[in-house]
Design a protein around this ligand. Structure first.
Ligand SMILES: Cc1cc2nc3c(=O)[nH]c(=O)nc-3n(C[C@H](O)[C@H](O)[C@H](O)COP(=O)(O)O)c2cc1C
Length: 181
C-alpha cells in the first residue's frame, strides 16, 4: 500500500508539518510526500486538449505526480488555511487535475478510482476551514478517492500550536486508522 501526501504548507516545522509527522508515524506501507511549495508545477491554462487527448501536454513535475497518483492507494491533502482557502501552490497543482475531470466528462474514461482519501487542515483562528476542506475534497475526488473523506484539523494555531493540540492529534490518529483499514 502506498500513501501519497500533498503538503500545502511552506513551513517545514510548522503546524501542518506537526500533524503530518503524527500521521506518518501511524500510516502503514509506503509514503510519498509532495511539497507543493518546492514543486515546479505550472497552472492549468484551460487549453482543453485533455477533452480529446489523454493526460496533460504541459511537461513539468506534474507528470511525475500523475504517475504517483496512479500508484497510490491512499491520498492525503494537508495544508494551512490561507484567506479561507487552500494556499495558491496547492490550488495550482489542483488545477492540473482538470484532465482527470475531462477524461471522465468528455472521453468516458475513469482514470483514477478505488482510493481512500483524507484531509488535514491547520488554521490560525480566523476560520475558513469549510471552503478549504471543500476544495481538498474536490482534489481527492479527481484523484480517485471514493467514500467518506475524514478531516483532522487544528483550528486555533495562533493560541495552541498543532503539535500540542490534543484534539487535533486524536483526529489525526483516527484519520490514519481509517486510511489503514
Ligand atoms: C497568507 C496567510 C493567510 C492566512 N489565512 C488564514 C485564514 O483565512 N484563516 C485562518 O484561520 N488562518 C489563516 N492563516 C493562519 C494559518 O492558517 C496558520 O498559521 C497555520 O497554522 C499555518 O500552518 P503551517 O505552519 O503549517 O504553515 C493564514 C496565514 C497566512 C500566512
Amino acid at each position: 500500500m502506498e500513501t501519497l501526501i500533498f503538503n500545502g504548507s511552506p513551513r517545514s516545522n510548522g503546524d501542518t508539518a506537526a500533524l503530518l509527522t503524527a500521521a506518518k508515524q501511524r500510516l502503514k506501507g509506503e509514503i510519498r510526500q509532495i511539497d507543493v511549495f518546492g514543486a515546479k508545477i505550472s497552472p492549468c491554462t484551460d487549453c482543453r486538449r485533455c477533452r480529446r487527448e489523454e493526460g496533460c501536454h504541459i511537461q513539468d513535475e506534474m507528470q511525475e505526480v500523475y504517475a504517483a497518483i496512479a500508484r497510490s492507494d491512499r491520498l492525503l491533502v494537508a495544508a494551512p488555511v490561507w484567506f479561507g482557502a487552500l494556499p495558491g501552490p496547492l490550488l495550482t497543482l489542483a488545477s492540473r487535475l482538470q484532465c482527470c475531470f475531462h477524461a471522465r466528462q468528455f472521453r468516458g474514461e475513469q482514470i483514477f478510482f478505488g482510493k481512500k482519501g483524507g484531509v488535514i487542515l491547520t488554521a490560525g483562528g480566523s476560520g475558513g476551514l469549510e471552503t478549504a476542506c471543500f476544495s481538498a475534497v474536490i482534489m481527492l475526488r479527481q484523484m480517485g478517492a471514493e467514500g467518506p473523506v475524514p478531516l483532522a484539523a487544528s483550528r486555533q494555531t495562533d493560541r495552541l500550536p498543532a503539535a500540542k493540540d490534543v484534539q487535533a492529534l486524536a483526529e489525526v490518529e483516527e484519520l490514519a486508522r481509517f486510511l489503514n483499514e
